[in-house]
Design a binder for this molecule. Structure first.
Ligand code: SF4
Ligand code: SF4
Length: 206
């Protein structure tokens, strides 16, 4: 095989998940994804589509067709910057950004996000940090992310981290709110309501 040729895995009909599109549509309140006309306007409007492995148009098409594994393991859903440009431009009012959110949640829940890819690790650690303290504490968040993705990158960021610390942009003290649990309207209750699709406790499966 020449260098330019790519190996493509054949997906048989039996590999597809016939319920996947309905589940994603329900989670994203995005039934309009079934009305997509595959015009590609979303990809044209998307500022990061050149870096995606699957364009937003393909994500919608493959979700509808039940390519669950391919969609959940794609880098696209983690590169999406949630800018809503695609959603605004879509002539069929498909809630593409919300579909991306639903896919991210599902990928974390199923533990199939790309191993050591920083964005899902950051999202997961952010969630657990806020759940524990009620605040986003940047320093422990960044340390955990680098330890679980690429510790050598943390060493490369040490000088910038020191500058941020010296200028008071990040601190060592962990901030906490008082009403974390046991009170009406407390943090745990709010987070439980938000987190209908709770992230799996284990890490990625691959
Ligand atoms: S812009 Fe809308 S209708 Fe066109 S491909 Fe994207 S999701 Fe489908
Ligand atoms: S919301 Fe995501 S997919 Fe849509 S245009 Fe922005 S980055 Fe691209």
């Amino acid at each position: 095989m020449s260098d330019g040729q790519m190996t493509r895995k054949i997906t048989y009909e039996g590999d597809l998940d016939p319920h996947f599109a309905d589940e994603v549509a329900a989670s994203a309140r995005g039934e309009q994804l079934f009305t997509c006309i595959q015009c590609g306007t979303c990809g044209g409007a998307c500022p990061v589509s050149p870096y995606m492995d699957l364009t937003p148009r393909r994500i919608i098409a493959m979700t509808r067709a039940g390519y669950k594994a391919e969609v959940l393991q794609s880098h696209t859903i983690w590169l999406c910057a949630s800018c809503y440009a695609c959603t605004v431009a879509c002539p069929k009012e498909v809630r593409i950004t919300d579909v991306m959110y639903a896919l991210k949640q599902r990928a974390i829940r199923d533990g199939v996000y790309p191993k050591r890819f920083p964005v899902p690790v950051l999202a997961r650690e952010f969630f657990h940090g806020v759940l524990a303290t009620g605040r986003n504490n940047e320093l422990p968040l960044l340390i955990k992310m680098y330890l679980k993705t690429n510790i050598f990158k943390m060493l490369g960021q040490a000088v910038m981290g020191l500058r941020l610390f010296l200028t008071g942009r990040i601190g060592l003290k962990q901030e906490r709110i008082k009403a974390r649990r046991g009170e009406k309207g407390d943090l745990q209750t709010i987070m439980a309501a938000v987190d209908r699709d709770a992230p799996a406790k284990g890490g990625p499966s691959r």
